[in-house]
Design a protein around this ligand. Sequence first.
Ligand SMILES: [Zn+2]
Length: 262
Amino acid sequence: MKVQVIDLKEREGKLLISNTSPYFVNALRRCMLREVPKLAIEDVIFYENSTSLFDEIIAHRLGMIPLPTDLKLLVPRDECTCKGEGCPNCTVRYTLSREEPGMVYSGDLQPEDERWKVVDPKIPIVELFEGQRLILEAEAVLGRGKDHAKWQAVVAPGYKYYPIIEIDQDKLDEDTIKKAIEICPKKILKEKDGKLVVDGLEKCSLCKSCEEVTDGAIKVRGDETRFIFKFETDGSLDAKTLLMEAARILEEKFKEFEKLIK
Ligand SMILES: [Zn+2]
């Protein structure tokens, strides 16, 4: 297997994975969704809530706010030496206190330590009107996407087969070339010196519209050994950490499987 990084930004990644199978690439996708841990608010203590929303709704909204996750510093609460009581190794505490009218944003959550400051400060939680107050304390813990979507750091992980487009120039005439160029939704077909050429092969979505209008002159298929893998993160982990963590967990699982078979 070969992995080439096409693009790796803070919150998104694009890879070309070759010499592999759809099953493996899908396993990586599922591992990102279900297994990679991240921090999210789990318990909320309300001291005062005179807003128009119930405690439960606000607690749910708080849970969905992406929090910066340092996997080197935190351990899951059920594996912690505090035996589930909650300590700085497994729990991050936030407070929120607002009484002036206006929108309460995720940025109003005050962490006990600046390093846990929310990554997107402009997520609206609830609007306060004259005389309303919201005072609460929240505890965030590590969790996994398989238990709740709030612990899912990856957003929209997906892959597609690498496109293969074969063009039989002899079967094409000016009219069909025009038709093919027109129908391609990704606009990757072009005419060059009377021939039909592909410009931007990776953008092909394998829709096969060009096949339909050219009567066998173009053949489009997906390469079952090469995949373009794309994913984004919600900001709690950067794209590289997310990918490396998913790969590490997957390796661990395969090792465990091997052991069980033996
Ligand atoms: Zn602990």
